[in-house]
Design a binder for this molecule. Sequence first.
Ligand code: NAP
Length: 247
Amino acid sequence: MSMEGRTCVITGSARGIGRGIAEHLGSDGANVVVNYRSSEDAAHETVDAVESAGGNAVAAQADVANREAVERLRDVCHEAFGPADVLVNNAGITADHQFTEMTREEWDRVMDVNLGGMFNCTQEFYDDIWNAEEGRLINISSVVGKQGNFGQANYAAAKSGMFGFTRTIALELAQGGSTANCVAPGFTRTDMVESVPDKVLDRIIAGIPLERLAEVEDIAAVVRFLASEDSSYVTGEVIDVNGGMDL
Ligand code: NAP
């Protein structure tokens, strides 16, 4: 799959799933904008990895929850590579507490980054995606958005909110020939699950038919397909990548 000449903006791609997506698209020859909020060194490592894999890359600091910062992210993209063809809304956070203990601040923080960041980035890059030949919007949701998860009412609400948003934008983009899809990963081996105690992880794995956590590559491979021209007729979908957790 060649992505040569295609420009891809991936939010939160200094590490974790975002980094895996950057490396996959880079190895297909894409121009990649590696967005980070605080992991500057890791962002530069990702840029090096994308370039070694055969792509072009630039690092761009921006807190996706901040609209002015996202405007600057768009400017960096335009200056480095021109308009974006692909936007991957990957940046996400958790702030877990059982609901009765959850503070309004934890609720707002998760909404501001996971949904507000998606809103800001999609609006700033909307014209790019609309005007692109085969533009692509790809939102990284979660199995938690479908199933819920103890202590994650805020995160589950944000992640299922991505489903309705994606289907609506898919309808609005369709006339221009561009697509919007969601990927809903299961539990994936990144820093985000690092803090989960081993006992809890063992219980999670016991409930996964494929009997393992996802690796970053499992998720990135599906995003790579959705970013490519091979997915031209797929839009408004939620693609589960969860080892069979729904079975
Ligand atoms: P991670 O290892 O914790 O990485 C999160 C990334 O998001 C980091 O690169 C971080 O950037 C970035 N980020 C956070 N807040 C940001 C903000 N305000 N502005 C810009 N970037 C921001 O998480 P991950 O596991 O790779 O998760 C990536 C996505 O997949 C998230 O949306 C997550 O909800 C989703 N997901 C993860 C799992 C899982 O089990 N790991 C499962 C399902 C879905 P900095 O380091 O620069 O702050």
